[in-house]
Ligand binder design. Structure first.
Ligand code: 5GP
Ligand code: ZN
Length: 116
């Protein structure tokens, strides 16, 4: 997508430090970290929502998740991490190219968003 910031990063039109890259995804640091370690694992294929995924996209995303588990120690996430995917308005998704947040490098607060 021409106006997608993550597509531009993937194409190299916007420079970024890639902590990992293969044929399916890149891993970069989030520009505005919300934890001591905050990475974005971005599949190279552009789509916004799980509901838009093809069977092949699902297989590729599963491969990405498996790879994240493998490379986590090299990212300083050897003690664990939280994987977050924001989807749509209620989750306040801001970049409409599906991506996974990897949060860690500390003990993360318990998740309880109810009635906030
Ligand atoms: P979302 O809210 O869509 O789940 O997450 C988008 C994330 O992308 C945010 O955490 C935001 O800080 C990050 N982000 C937005 N623009 C850029 C950018 O140009 N470079 C990097 N590295 N991260 C970005
Ligand atoms: Zn995109």
């Amino acid at each position: 997508m021409d106006d997608c910031i993550f597509c531009k990063i993937i194409k190299g039109e916007i420079p970024s430090k890639r902590f990992y890259e293969d044929e399916l995804m890149i891993v970069i640091a989030d520009i505005a970290p919300k934890a001591n370690k905050h990475y974005l694992a971005i599949p190279k294929k552009h789509y916004k929502l799980f509901s838009e995924m093809s069977e092949g996209d699902a297989i590729d995303l599963a491969k990405c998740i498996r790879k994240i588990g493998e490379i986590a120690p090299s990212l300083g996430l050897e003690n664990g991490f939280r994987l977050v995917v924001n989807q749509g308005d209620d989750a306040q998704q801001t970049v409409f190219h599906l991506h996974m947040h990897l949060l860690g490098g500390q003990v993360l607060p318990e998740q309880n968003f109810k009635d906030r």
